[in-house]
Write a protein that binds this ligand. Structure first.
Ligand SMILES: [Zn+2]
Length: 280
C-alpha cells in the first residue's frame, strides 16, 4: 500500500491480462518514461505479479505504481453476484436474450433493457467505478486529485502536476465531451477524467459510483460508464465541472481527447481494443 507522500495526483487505470498485452504495457511504460508527476494504481484481477515489481523505479525520480487486486474487492464481487441475471453468459453471467421485438442488439429495446448492446457490456465498464471507489475510499485524504486514464492511452510527454492543478482551480471535475457529442444523447468520453477534493469533485465521484449500487442504474436507458457519468454531471449542476473539449469542426465525434487540452500529452487510441485487437 502506498504511503502518504508529497505527490498530489493519484492516477487510476484498470486492465486485464488481454488489455495489458495489447495496449496496457505501452501505457504503463509511457507513464514511467514520461516521468509524469503522480502515482498510479492499476486495478486488475491478474496482473499483480507484473505490476508490483515496477514500483519504485528510480530514474532520477521515483515512480510509484501499485496493483489493486479486484478479486479482493467486495463492491466488485457483490455486484457480479447480485447482477448475474443481467450479465450475458459470454461474460460469466446467466442473462438470456430479452423479449423486446427486435433482432438488433443496438436498437428498439425497451428503456433499460439488459440486452441493449451497451447494457450487455455493462460488466466490462464496471471496473471503472469499482477502481475509482477503491481510490476514493483509500486515498481521498492522501491525494487531493484523482485522475482516471484508460489503458488504451499513451502519454507522449510528462503531465506536469501544475497542469492538473490549474484545471481544478475553478472546478471539481473535468471530462471530455465537446459540442458534437453534447448535441447527441451520448455519453461523456470518460477515458480521461478527473476529480478533486476541492470544489466537491469527490462528492460528484461518489454519486457516480453510487449509481451502480442497489440497481440504481436500471433507471437509465444505458448502463455504460460514459452515459451514466454524463447523467450524474447534468443532474448535479451545483457542482462545478469542466468540459475540456473546445469547438471542433470535425463531424466524427467519438475521438474527442485530441480536441481537448490534454492533446499535447495524450494519444488516445479509443476503441482499439475492440476495433484493432478484437479483445473485447
Ligand atoms: Zn430488449
Amino acid at each position: 500500500m502506498m504511503q502518504k507522500n508529497n505527490k498530489s495526483i493519484l492516477y487510476v487505470t484498470s486492465m486485464n491480462r488481454k488489455l495489458f498485452d495489447v495496449t496496457g504495457y505501452k501505457f504503463i511504460n509511457s507513464f514511467i518514461s514520461s516521468e509524469t508527476e503522480g502515482d498510479l494504481i492499476v486495478a486488475s484481477e491478474t496482473l499483480r505479479d507484473i505490476i508490483d515489481p515496477l514500483a519504485e523505479i528510480t530514474n532520477g525520480r521515483t515512480v510509484k505504481i501499485s496493483c489493486y487486486n479486484l478479486q479482493e474487492d467486495k463492491f466488485y464481487t457483490d455486484w457480479l453476484e447480485e447482477n448475474k441475471g443481467i450479465i450475458p453468459e459470454r461474460y460469466g453471467g446467466l442473462a438470456k436474450p430479452c423479449d423486446c421485438q427486435t433482432s438488433n442488439s443496438w436498437e428498439n429495446h425497451k428503456r433499460g433493457c439488459h440486452w441493449n448492446n451497451f447494457n450487455q457490456r455493462a460488466v466490462n465498464w464496471l471496473v471503472k467505478p469499482v477502481s475509482l471507489n477503491y481510490a476514493l475510499q483509500q486515498y481521498s485524504k492522501v491525494y487531493p486529485y484523482v485522475v482516471w486514464l484508460d489503458c488504451d492511452i499513451i502519454l507522449k510527454q510528462r503531465i506536469p502536476e501544475k497542469f492538473i492543478h490549474n484545471i481544478f482551480k475553478d472546478c471539481g471535475c473535468f471530462y471530455h465531451l465537446g459540442p458534437n457529442r453534447k448535441s447527441r444523447d451520448t455519453g461523456i468520453e470518460s477515458g480521461v477524467c478527473g476529480f478533486s477534493q476541492k470544489n466537491r469533485g469527490f462528492d460528484l465521484l461518489r454519486k457516480f459510483i453510487d449509481v451502480y449500487n442497489n440497481k440504481q442504474f436500471h433507471r437509465y436507458s444505458r448502463w455504460d460508464d460514459g452515459y451514466l457519468f454524463r447523467k450524474i454531471v447534468e443532474g448535479n449542476p451545483d457542482i462545478p465541472t469542466k468540459d475540456l473539449v473546445g469547438p471542433h469542426r470535425e463531424q466524427e465525434f467519438a475521438h474527442v481527447v485530441k480536441h481537448g487540452i490534454f492533446a499535447p500529452y495524450i494519444d488516445h487510441d479509443k476503441g482499439s481494443h475492440h476495433r484493432k485487437y478484437k479483445v473485447v
